[in-house]
Write a protein that binds this ligand. Structure first.
Ligand SMILES: C[S@@+](CC[C@H](N)C(=O)[O-])C[C@H]1O[C@@H](n2cnc3c(N)ncnc32)[C@H](O)[C@@H]1O
Length: 289
Protein backbone atom coordinates (compact mmCIF):
# COMPACT_ATOMS: atom_id res chain seq x y z
CA UNK A 1 0.00 0.00 0.00
CA UNK A 2 1.19 3.48 -0.86
CA UNK A 3 1.01 5.37 2.44
CA UNK A 4 1.35 8.81 0.84
CA UNK A 5 -1.82 8.53 -1.24
CA UNK A 6 -4.52 11.17 -0.75
CA UNK A 7 -8.26 10.42 -0.63
CA UNK A 8 -11.28 12.68 -1.10
CA UNK A 9 -13.80 12.18 1.65
CA UNK A 10 -17.54 12.92 1.50
CA UNK A 11 -18.99 13.64 4.96
CA UNK A 12 -22.55 13.73 6.26
CA UNK A 13 -23.77 14.56 9.74
CA UNK A 14 -27.11 13.23 11.01
CA UNK A 15 -28.99 12.21 14.17
CA UNK A 16 -27.85 8.72 15.26
CA UNK A 17 -31.36 7.37 14.65
CA UNK A 18 -30.86 7.98 10.90
CA UNK A 19 -27.25 6.81 10.72
CA UNK A 20 -28.02 3.15 9.90
CA UNK A 21 -30.20 3.89 6.85
CA UNK A 22 -27.92 6.67 5.64
CA UNK A 23 -24.83 4.53 6.07
CA UNK A 24 -26.38 1.61 4.12
CA UNK A 25 -27.46 3.98 1.36
CA UNK A 26 -24.01 5.63 1.14
CA UNK A 27 -22.29 2.24 1.01
CA UNK A 28 -24.64 1.12 -1.77
CA UNK A 29 -24.30 4.38 -3.74
CA UNK A 30 -20.50 4.56 -3.57
CA UNK A 31 -19.53 0.87 -3.18
CA UNK A 32 -17.17 1.99 -0.40
CA UNK A 33 -17.07 1.26 3.33
CA UNK A 34 -18.62 3.97 5.48
CA UNK A 35 -16.91 5.07 8.69
CA UNK A 36 -19.15 6.37 11.49
CA UNK A 37 -17.95 8.68 14.27
CA UNK A 38 -19.91 10.33 17.06
CA UNK A 39 -19.59 14.12 17.46
CA UNK A 40 -21.53 15.93 20.15
CA UNK A 41 -24.16 13.17 20.23
CA UNK A 42 -24.62 13.15 16.42
CA UNK A 43 -23.26 10.71 13.85
CA UNK A 44 -20.75 11.79 11.23
CA UNK A 45 -20.46 9.40 8.28
CA UNK A 46 -17.42 9.48 6.01
CA UNK A 47 -16.94 7.71 2.70
CA UNK A 48 -14.26 7.96 0.02
CA UNK A 49 -15.50 9.48 -3.25
CA UNK A 50 -12.13 9.49 -4.96
CA UNK A 51 -13.33 7.82 -8.09
CA UNK A 52 -16.60 9.77 -8.42
CA UNK A 53 -17.16 12.58 -10.91
CA UNK A 54 -18.29 15.94 -9.54
CA UNK A 55 -21.81 15.45 -10.92
CA UNK A 56 -22.12 12.09 -9.13
CA UNK A 57 -20.95 13.73 -5.91
CA UNK A 58 -23.68 16.36 -6.33
CA UNK A 59 -26.25 13.58 -6.69
CA UNK A 60 -24.77 11.96 -3.58
CA UNK A 61 -25.28 15.24 -1.67
CA UNK A 62 -28.90 15.46 -2.82
CA UNK A 63 -29.56 11.85 -1.83
CA UNK A 64 -27.93 12.29 1.58
CA UNK A 65 -30.00 15.42 2.27
CA UNK A 66 -33.22 13.71 1.25
CA UNK A 67 -32.47 11.01 3.87
CA UNK A 68 -32.09 13.66 6.60
CA UNK A 69 -28.31 14.20 6.49
CA UNK A 70 -26.46 17.50 6.63
CA UNK A 71 -23.64 17.46 4.07
CA UNK A 72 -20.33 18.74 5.51
CA UNK A 73 -17.43 20.15 3.46
CA UNK A 74 -15.34 17.47 1.72
CA UNK A 75 -12.01 16.55 3.30
CA UNK A 76 -8.77 15.36 1.78
CA UNK A 77 -7.15 12.61 3.84
CA UNK A 78 -3.95 10.63 3.63
CA UNK A 79 -3.77 6.90 4.27
CA UNK A 80 -2.46 7.59 7.78
CA UNK A 81 -5.54 9.68 8.55
CA UNK A 82 -7.73 6.69 7.61
CA UNK A 83 -5.96 4.74 10.30
CA UNK A 84 -7.03 7.39 12.83
CA UNK A 85 -10.56 7.31 11.49
CA UNK A 86 -10.76 3.52 11.94
CA UNK A 87 -9.43 4.01 15.47
CA UNK A 88 -12.11 6.56 16.31
CA UNK A 89 -14.69 4.18 14.86
CA UNK A 90 -13.64 1.73 17.55
CA UNK A 91 -11.54 -0.73 15.56
CA UNK A 92 -9.42 -2.31 18.25
CA UNK A 93 -8.48 -5.91 18.89
CA UNK A 94 -11.31 -8.25 19.78
CA UNK A 95 -11.90 -11.98 20.08
CA UNK A 96 -14.45 -13.96 18.14
CA UNK A 97 -16.30 -16.46 20.36
CA UNK A 98 -13.42 -16.31 22.86
CA UNK A 99 -11.05 -17.93 20.36
CA UNK A 100 -9.91 -16.07 17.24
CA UNK A 101 -8.26 -12.65 17.81
CA UNK A 102 -8.66 -9.89 15.23
CA UNK A 103 -5.95 -7.27 15.73
CA UNK A 104 -5.53 -3.93 13.92
CA UNK A 105 -2.13 -3.69 12.27
CA UNK A 106 -1.16 -0.66 14.35
CA UNK A 107 -1.77 -2.33 17.74
CA UNK A 108 1.49 -3.43 19.28
CA UNK A 109 0.60 -5.03 22.64
CA UNK A 110 0.61 -8.79 23.22
CA UNK A 111 -2.20 -10.81 21.66
CA UNK A 112 -4.42 -13.21 23.64
CA UNK A 113 -3.56 -16.91 23.26
CA UNK A 114 -5.12 -18.80 20.34
CA UNK A 115 -5.19 -18.02 16.63
CA UNK A 116 -4.89 -14.37 15.57
CA UNK A 117 -5.14 -12.36 12.37
CA UNK A 118 -3.90 -8.80 11.78
CA UNK A 119 -5.85 -6.39 9.62
CA UNK A 120 -5.30 -2.88 8.25
CA UNK A 121 -8.53 -1.93 6.46
CA UNK A 122 -7.05 0.98 4.49
CA UNK A 123 -10.07 1.86 2.34
CA UNK A 124 -11.78 -1.52 2.18
CA UNK A 125 -14.72 -3.07 4.02
CA UNK A 126 -13.87 -5.69 6.63
CA UNK A 127 -12.74 -4.89 10.16
CA UNK A 128 -15.07 -7.45 11.71
CA UNK A 129 -17.09 -4.70 13.41
CA UNK A 130 -19.98 -4.93 10.95
CA UNK A 131 -22.70 -7.44 11.85
CA UNK A 132 -22.22 -9.35 8.57
CA UNK A 133 -18.46 -9.83 8.91
CA UNK A 134 -18.87 -10.51 12.64
CA UNK A 135 -21.41 -13.29 11.99
CA UNK A 136 -19.25 -14.87 9.28
CA UNK A 137 -16.24 -14.89 11.62
CA UNK A 138 -18.34 -16.40 14.36
CA UNK A 139 -19.59 -19.18 12.04
CA UNK A 140 -16.00 -19.86 10.95
CA UNK A 141 -14.97 -20.31 14.58
CA UNK A 142 -18.03 -22.49 15.33
CA UNK A 143 -17.38 -24.88 12.41
CA UNK A 144 -13.60 -25.17 12.62
CA UNK A 145 -12.50 -28.50 11.07
CA UNK A 146 -11.22 -31.07 13.55
CA UNK A 147 -7.92 -31.32 11.61
CA UNK A 148 -6.34 -28.59 9.49
CA UNK A 149 -7.23 -29.20 5.83
CA UNK A 150 -5.20 -28.86 2.72
CA UNK A 151 -7.14 -27.44 -0.19
CA UNK A 152 -8.45 -24.12 -1.44
CA UNK A 153 -10.89 -21.61 0.08
CA UNK A 154 -12.84 -19.08 -1.99
CA UNK A 155 -13.47 -15.59 -0.55
CA UNK A 156 -15.87 -13.76 -2.90
CA UNK A 157 -16.03 -10.00 -2.17
CA UNK A 158 -12.95 -10.15 -0.01
CA UNK A 159 -12.76 -6.46 1.05
CA UNK A 160 -9.82 -6.42 3.46
CA UNK A 161 -9.46 -10.20 3.04
CA UNK A 162 -10.50 -10.72 6.66
CA UNK A 163 -12.70 -13.79 6.07
CA UNK A 164 -10.29 -15.64 3.80
CA UNK A 165 -7.38 -14.92 6.12
CA UNK A 166 -9.40 -16.10 9.13
CA UNK A 167 -10.31 -19.30 7.21
CA UNK A 168 -6.64 -20.04 6.50
CA UNK A 169 -5.60 -19.36 10.09
CA UNK A 170 -8.40 -21.60 11.39
CA UNK A 171 -7.33 -24.51 9.17
CA UNK A 172 -10.12 -24.56 6.57
CA UNK A 173 -7.54 -24.81 3.80
CA UNK A 174 -3.99 -24.02 2.83
CA UNK A 175 -4.70 -21.97 -0.32
CA UNK A 176 -6.94 -19.00 -0.98
CA UNK A 177 -8.65 -17.58 -4.03
CA UNK A 178 -10.01 -14.10 -3.30
CA UNK A 179 -11.96 -11.84 -5.63
CA UNK A 180 -13.18 -8.27 -5.31
CA UNK A 181 -14.22 -5.92 -8.10
CA UNK A 182 -13.09 -2.83 -6.15
CA UNK A 183 -9.40 -2.13 -6.89
CA UNK A 184 -8.91 -0.63 -3.41
CA UNK A 185 -10.23 -3.85 -1.87
CA UNK A 186 -7.88 -5.90 -4.04
CA UNK A 187 -4.98 -3.80 -2.72
CA UNK A 188 -6.21 -4.15 0.84
CA UNK A 189 -6.65 -7.93 0.52
CA UNK A 190 -3.14 -8.26 -0.90
CA UNK A 191 -1.64 -6.06 1.83
CA UNK A 192 -3.39 -8.04 4.57
CA UNK A 193 -2.41 -11.39 3.06
CA UNK A 194 1.21 -10.19 3.17
CA UNK A 195 0.75 -8.94 6.75
CA UNK A 196 -0.41 -12.41 7.78
CA UNK A 197 2.25 -14.29 5.80
CA UNK A 198 -0.15 -15.74 3.18
CA UNK A 199 0.93 -13.97 -0.03
CA UNK A 200 2.51 -17.11 -1.44
CA UNK A 201 -0.59 -19.28 -1.04
CA UNK A 202 -3.18 -16.78 -2.24
CA UNK A 203 -4.37 -15.43 -5.58
CA UNK A 204 -6.40 -12.24 -5.69
CA UNK A 205 -8.60 -11.40 -8.70
CA UNK A 206 -10.51 -8.24 -9.59
CA UNK A 207 -13.24 -10.15 -11.48
CA UNK A 208 -14.81 -13.57 -11.07
CA UNK A 209 -14.76 -14.58 -14.78
CA UNK A 210 -11.00 -15.19 -15.11
CA UNK A 211 -10.94 -16.88 -11.74
CA UNK A 212 -13.86 -19.09 -12.75
CA UNK A 213 -11.91 -20.17 -15.85
CA UNK A 214 -8.92 -21.17 -13.69
CA UNK A 215 -11.20 -23.03 -11.27
CA UNK A 216 -12.96 -24.86 -14.12
CA UNK A 217 -9.73 -25.71 -15.97
CA UNK A 218 -8.18 -27.13 -12.81
CA UNK A 219 -11.47 -28.79 -11.74
CA UNK A 220 -11.16 -27.19 -8.30
CA UNK A 221 -13.86 -27.85 -5.71
CA UNK A 222 -13.96 -25.85 -2.47
CA UNK A 223 -14.52 -27.18 1.04
CA UNK A 224 -15.38 -23.55 1.97
CA UNK A 225 -16.82 -20.61 0.03
CA UNK A 226 -17.37 -17.27 1.74
CA UNK A 227 -19.52 -14.54 0.21
CA UNK A 228 -20.40 -11.49 2.27
CA UNK A 229 -21.78 -9.32 -0.52
CA UNK A 230 -25.35 -8.20 -1.34
CA UNK A 231 -28.56 -10.07 -2.07
CA UNK A 232 -28.49 -9.40 -5.80
CA UNK A 233 -24.86 -10.58 -6.14
CA UNK A 234 -25.77 -13.70 -4.14
CA UNK A 235 -28.78 -14.41 -6.39
CA UNK A 236 -26.61 -14.04 -9.47
CA UNK A 237 -23.74 -16.29 -8.37
CA UNK A 238 -25.45 -18.78 -6.06
CA UNK A 239 -25.79 -21.62 -8.62
CA UNK A 240 -22.12 -21.30 -9.61
CA UNK A 241 -20.89 -21.20 -6.01
CA UNK A 242 -23.03 -24.17 -5.02
CA UNK A 243 -21.71 -26.14 -7.99
CA UNK A 244 -18.14 -25.37 -6.88
CA UNK A 245 -18.59 -26.85 -3.39
CA UNK A 246 -16.80 -30.10 -2.60
CA UNK A 247 -19.01 -32.84 -1.08
CA UNK A 248 -19.65 -31.77 2.52
CA UNK A 249 -18.38 -28.26 1.66
CA UNK A 250 -19.70 -25.17 3.43
CA UNK A 251 -21.09 -22.03 1.77
CA UNK A 252 -21.51 -18.96 3.99
CA UNK A 253 -23.67 -16.22 2.47
CA UNK A 254 -24.00 -12.86 4.19
CA UNK A 255 -25.07 -9.28 3.52
CA UNK A 256 -28.68 -10.34 2.81
CA UNK A 257 -31.11 -7.50 3.58
CA UNK A 258 -34.44 -8.44 5.18
CA UNK A 259 -36.41 -7.76 1.99
CA UNK A 260 -34.13 -10.17 0.06
CA UNK A 261 -34.05 -13.06 2.52
CA UNK A 262 -37.14 -14.96 1.34
CA UNK A 263 -36.15 -14.73 -2.33
CA UNK A 264 -32.73 -16.16 -1.55
CA UNK A 265 -34.10 -18.89 0.71
CA UNK A 266 -36.41 -19.92 -2.14
CA UNK A 267 -33.39 -20.29 -4.45
CA UNK A 268 -31.20 -22.50 -2.29
CA UNK A 269 -31.41 -25.94 -0.67
CA UNK A 270 -32.48 -25.80 3.00
CA UNK A 271 -29.67 -24.07 4.89
CA UNK A 272 -28.02 -25.65 7.92
CA UNK A 273 -28.67 -22.39 9.77
CA UNK A 274 -30.20 -18.94 9.22
CA UNK A 275 -28.84 -16.06 11.30
CA UNK A 276 -31.09 -13.02 11.45
CA UNK A 277 -29.39 -9.81 12.64
CA UNK A 278 -30.49 -6.23 12.92
CA UNK A 279 -30.35 -5.39 9.21
CA UNK A 280 -28.45 -8.09 7.33
CA UNK A 281 -28.77 -11.85 7.54
CA UNK A 282 -26.47 -14.81 7.03
CA UNK A 283 -27.02 -18.36 5.76
CA UNK A 284 -24.83 -21.40 6.19
CA UNK A 285 -25.34 -24.13 3.55
CA UNK A 286 -23.61 -27.48 3.36
CA UNK A 287 -23.37 -29.62 0.22
CA UNK A 288 -24.39 -33.23 0.73
CA UNK A 289 -21.56 -35.75 1.05
C1 LIG B 1 -19.68 -6.21 2.47
S1 LIG B 1 -18.08 -6.20 1.75
C2 LIG B 1 -17.39 -7.64 2.53
C3 LIG B 1 -15.92 -7.55 2.79
C4 LIG B 1 -15.36 -8.69 3.63
N1 LIG B 1 -15.45 -9.96 2.93
C5 LIG B 1 -16.09 -8.80 4.95
O1 LIG B 1 -16.79 -9.80 5.17
O2 LIG B 1 -16.00 -7.87 5.76
C6 LIG B 1 -18.45 -6.74 0.12
C7 LIG B 1 -17.28 -6.70 -0.84
O3 LIG B 1 -17.70 -7.36 -2.03
C8 LIG B 1 -17.22 -6.66 -3.16
N2 LIG B 1 -18.13 -7.00 -4.28
C9 LIG B 1 -19.42 -6.67 -4.42
N3 LIG B 1 -19.92 -7.16 -5.57
C10 LIG B 1 -18.92 -7.85 -6.17
C11 LIG B 1 -18.80 -8.60 -7.38
N4 LIG B 1 -19.84 -8.74 -8.21
N5 LIG B 1 -17.61 -9.16 -7.69
C12 LIG B 1 -16.57 -9.03 -6.85
N6 LIG B 1 -16.61 -8.33 -5.68
C13 LIG B 1 -17.77 -7.75 -5.34
C14 LIG B 1 -17.24 -5.21 -2.72
O4 LIG B 1 -16.32 -4.43 -3.49
C15 LIG B 1 -16.84 -5.31 -1.25
O5 LIG B 1 -15.46 -5.16 -1.07
Amino acid sequence: MNSSRLYRLFKVECPSSLAGDLSDWLAQATGQPVVEEMRRGRSVLSVSVDRMEEISRLLLSEGARSLGGEVLPEEILSDGDWENLWKTQGFQSFRVNGWLSVVPEWETGSVASGPAIRIHPHLAFGTGLHETTGRCLSLLVDHVPADPRSGPVLDFGSGTGILGIAALVLGYGNRLFAVDDDPLAVESTEANLALNGFSRVAHVYDRFDPLFRVISDQKILFPLILANVTGNVIRHFLPEWYGLLAPGGILILSGIATRELDRILALCPPPVSVHRERRFHTLLLRRAL
